[in-house]
Ligand binder design. Sequence first.
Ligand code: CU
Length: 134
Amino acid sequence: MFTSVGSGPTAGLAAVLAAAALTLTVGAPAATATPQVPAGTSGTAVVPVREGNFFIALPRQGFRTGTVQFRIKNVGWHRHALSIAGPGVHSTSALIPPGGRASLTVTLKHGRYMLWCPVDHHRQRGMWTWIWAR
Ligand SMILES: [Cu+2]
């Protein structure tokens, strides 16, 4: 009957599909490279900052480019605030009373940023630091 018809082409197509599946399987690990967004919802890096008399303490100085939310706690006995200036950013938090908290969210580009306290002469008294993003 027709038993011999179709077995040849079908077998050939199956072989091609099998080869394609094998290629995809082998190529998959390279396609799923390490993600660039750090852990955390919506890709925002949350960074705790402590401000006191007269210092600004950060857990680290180096950051990835992208959105960063500084969560500031004033552990001193003066009012403080946090300003940041650098590529594409010039921003200042609310004034924070002693024991209070505030947050400041910015988007860091590749480059260096200065952080300081804009209250009175706190910057000259040591309340400043550098961070960088890349
Ligand atoms: Cu201050």
